[in-house]
Write a protein that binds this ligand. Structure first.
Ligand code: PLP
Length: 409
């Protein structure tokens, strides 16, 4: 008899986006003449930039000629891409990460989820609330939790509430975690962590032999130079942190797929006898067993992001999204909303007025302004009373949406 992995039975049904879809469809069916503006799901809308597209095409053409055709590539990623990443994303900023410590993959969603596999089931995991749902669900799948409780928290997970009271950066937990998921700039709150804040976490991880799983998917959106773009800007982080980065939001690769994980050679985790082991070695072992590399044209396209023209073009797209964020922030501020984020991240996190619940606000904005956002409570209990607007939208739609929200009663 085939038995299932029963940890999967603990998972709560993916509720947030299906429920948003259900309510939107219901509204559309009842109001077929209304034009809906979607500012909910965190997906990009601008196309690949010309320099990236050109490299992508070249890569495809190379695959069509016997002299340049490539079969399986290195599982870790082609050296040309890993070198481009190391030099441009790290060494150029004074961070000493060699190409050998970079492992290319087809997405940070997979990486942040799969990484759980190389850590034992007895590890205690700390995650923020609200949170990117992947961290929690993959913690459950890998058998590190008990059942889901009525408040939506899984037993055995250390939840760290992030609210306006702590500036959306969590306090150090009272119970000691082994693995700590941090995401800055943050999805969903759009807020950032200062150098001081991250130093607190690196020191804590060093004292406790914990590992920080640092999701930097939105680092390219940082506009304030005092905010760290990488966890490795913090002294001592190489011994306690894994960094996840993706071309998805940085360069519009959500449908093209390329990302990477940085695991410094110095990073160690322990066996039950207390012996130290290289985490990079374990991850490479997993990666090369279960993954056969990102397609060559895609890696070529990703490397083009680091050419001078590629950098310039990508920056313009990011500036377009960040101008959307500015418009949203200022428009919502003007009509009396308290707004967080949207300065160094493409998300604007709005506090509803008068203690209105996230879903009530969702219904109001949908029904009266025909605009779709994301209820904060869908990302965790501490998101209740907040609402997320994504800046990954068309400018005209952003302007129209803000006008409609201003005209709400
Ligand atoms: C979008 C996003 C990613 C990127 O995922 P990919 O699989 O690389 O597309 C990673 N982390 C967070 C928090 C995100 O919002």
């Amino acid at each position: 008899m085939a038995l299932i992995n029963e940890h999967y039975l603990k998972l709560q049904a993916g509720y947030l986006f299906p429920e948003i879809g259900r309510r939107v469809n219901e509204f559309v069916a009842a109001n077929p003449d209304k034009k809906i503006i979607k500012m909910g799901i965190g997906d990009v809308t601008r196309p690949l930039v010309p320099t990236v597209l050109k490299a992508f095409h070249e890569g495809v053409d190379e695959q069509g000629k016997p002299e340049s055709f490539k079969g399986y590539g290195p599982e870790q990623g082609y050296e040309f891409l890993r070198k481009a990443i190391a030099e441009n994303a790290y060494q150029a900023n004074g961070i000493d990460i060699p190409a050998d410590d970079i492992i290319v993959s087809d997405g940070s969603k997979c990486d942040t989820g799969n990484i759980q596999e190389i850590f034992g089931a007895s590890n205690k995991i700390a995650i923020c609330d609200p949170v990117y749902p992947v961290y929690a669900d993959t913690t459950v799948m890998s058998g590190k939790t008990g059942a889901c409780q009525p408040n939506g928290y899984y037993e055995g997970v250390i939840y760290m509430p992030c609210t306006d009271e702590n500036g959306f950066t969590p306090d150090l937990p009272t119970e000691r975690p082994d693995l700590i998921f941090l995401c800055y700039p943050n999805n969903p709150t759009g807020t950032v962590a200062s150098k001081e804040e991250l130093t607190k976490w690196v020191n804590y991880a060093r004292e406790n032999k914990s590992i920080i799983l640092f999701d930097a998917a939105y680092e390219a959106f940082i506009t304030d130079d005092s905010i760290p773009r990488s966890i490795y800007e913090i002294e001592g982080a190489k011994e306690v942190a894994i960094e996840f980065r993706s071309f998805s939001k940085t360069a519009g690769f959500t449908g093209t797929r390329c990302a990477f994980t940085v695991i410094p050679e110095e990073l160690k985790a322990y066996d039950s006898q207390g012996n130290a082991h290289s985490v990079k070695k374990l991850w490479l072992r997993r990666h090369s067993t279960k993954f056969n590399g990102v397609s060559y044209p895609v890696q070529k396209a990703a490397a083009a992001v680091y050419t001078p023209e590629g950098k310039k073009e990508v920056k313009e797209v990011i500036a377009y999204y960040m101008e959307n964020a500015r418009i949203m922030r200022e428009s919502l501020n003007e009509i009396g909303y308290t707004v967080y984020g949207g300065v160094n991240a493409p998300y604007v996190w709005v506090k509803t007025k008068g203690g209105m619940s996230s879903w009530d606000f969702f219904d109001k904005v949908l029904n009266e302004a025909n605009v779709v956002g994301t209820p904060g409570s869908g990302f965790g209990p501490a998101g209740e009373g907040y609402f997320r607007f994504s800046a990954f939208a068309d400018r005209d739609n952003v302007l129209e949406a803000m006008t409609r929200i201003k005209n709400l009663s």
